[in-house]
Write a protein that binds this ligand. Sequence first.
Ligand code: AMP
Length: 319
Amino acid sequence: MYRKILKAIKKYDTIIIARHIGVDPDALCSQLALRDAIRLNFPEKKVLAIGTGSQKFAHIGKLDRLEKVENALLIVTDTPDKKRVDSVNFSQFSYIIKIDHHPFVESFADIEFINDKASSTCEIIMKLLMQMKFTINSSISELLYMGLVSDSNRFLFDSTTPELFYLVSCYLKKYPFELSKCYQKLYLRPINEVRLEGYIALNMKVTEHGLGYITITDDVIHEFEVDSASAGNMINNFNFIKEVLVWVTMTEDVKNNQIRVSIRSRGPVINQVAEKYHGGGHKFASGARVPTMEEAMKIIEELDQVVAKYQSEVRENGN
Ligand code: AMP
């Protein structure tokens, strides 16, 4: 597969790299790292990373202005379906490559390079750059590490394998950077966000089956002076609550007139419920956008049934 990707990269003088809407560190870092690596190895090519930026991640790296292009290659990272690709007019491109670690949703590229067992898209790109024998530098290495560490939630999930540690070790040895500074870039946050985290911990409702859920209304977002995106991302901080197997935040996003439903799990498979509500994602980390809180509460009811079923299966199997 890497030979086909390398051939396409060599063939096109203009390469645009895009990723999904609602940017997160794996999406952003995978596109920026790939852009910088191609620029380093093919300085004569025009390589742009595009998409809507976010103030929250502005310090990670700068995106490029979208330009009208001709006879160009489009590489989409970290996105399984066409409708979630940010700021791309597909008809402009001569050839398309997808590089992704989400479960397959639809085919929209000439090359579909998917590994849904990978911790992150950055992990796939780390391997790819090595296979293509690209020259890399420490800033590219740091970007890839940030995306990987973020999507694996600091190596918490089963996608963390001996091979992953080996890959990370190779990069850290060959292209070192300061880990403590890198973690600050990812995790330093204002006290208001920590206070909101406290609010969520205090107000999360927990069902008898072990579903935790909370609504974060626009009033709460204003009270704590945070933005809707940061509030929605809080979901990742509630991983190890003994009484909670699946947990959900329902965050009001007034600007886009929708509710962002974020779902995480330590056992029950949740993405099928998200898909029923036009969302999707991974088996244990999914999301959806719905028009009203009432609809979001329907997701809660369905998820509660999923958790209940899972718990009764666990009891039957005596685990
Ligand atoms: P979130 O909780 O919003 O960070 O989303 C977690 C994961 O769920 C994302 O990485 C996506 O893979 C997926 N996801 C979230 N929202 C949607 C959506 N509206 N459609 C499809 N997949 C989604």
